[in-house]
Design a protein around this ligand. Sequence first.
Ligand code: 173
Length: 321
Amino acid sequence: MNRQVFGMVAGLALALGPAQAEEVTLRAVSGFAQGTAFSRPFESFVEWINENGKGVLQINFVGGPEAIPPFELGNAISSGVVDMANNTAAFYTNLLPEGDAFKLATKTIQEQRANGCYEIVDRLHQEKMNAKYLARTGDNVNFHLYLTKPIEGPDLSGLTIRTTPVYQAMFQALGANLVRTAPGEVYTALERGAIDGYGWPIQGVLDLGWDEQTKYRVDPGFYQVDVNLIMNLDKWESLDDEQKALLEKGAEWLEAKNAENLEINEKEAAAQAEAGIETIEFTGEDRDKWLSTAREAGWKAIDEIDADTSARLRACLDPAG
Ligand code: 173
């Protein structure tokens, strides 16, 4: 820079004074319908930030799947069309295929922050999808198979089951025919008899009205829900330290709420029984096969995506496996 230009730049900087932090408003979208199980924790987070972040940062919750289809929300975050999302990695495997491993965590997010896993997961989001990984909800919540007809054991051959990447490897290994859909298409598929069942967590079935079309839930549950709070990386980097610290504090608050899930799960199971959903409980060898297929087929699928990343993730998400 020559002297004259340097003088101009320095003068301008002096004239503007120290950077004045202005309140920033982030546009946020949820991959799950507003008011349902996997949107509610996020909605509480938005309230928390808007309450604690006056004059610093606010969140404008634009809406759920009606605003952006869940499987397109990852792209909207990468490109910055949306600043912040509440979404499961299963809905953005187009950008981050390895994200399918997050459901295999047996460690809580608090443990993942302590053992270095959070760093790996954050880096994957940054490098593969231009996103900052802020928080994980869904710890303590398992996935289940729900059916319209009974089964005897862990054999899904002859059944057509609605899936997402979460259940794909496991249900395929057990012989099912699979149809991949967003949650918004499940009710109609059941009503039309196009599917004999679907994968879904223990929470949310009644919120979505699917209990009307569901006869059985298979127990035990498997895997662990990951619903992640992510942000466009450029937007994150444009924030000042106070704004970042506010979001990180909110993230910690949100993750602490994962402890409430055990109690919510019990209430949901009771409400499902009340709504007439019967439980098919696998025991003994059937149970072992059900759970070992989940885990083995799950990790095999990640190994096939990238053996190196799979090994690094496994060592901190599911070290006992
Ligand atoms: O079944 C699904 O749509 C799915 O993959 C999922 C993931 C996390 C929470 C809820 C559902």
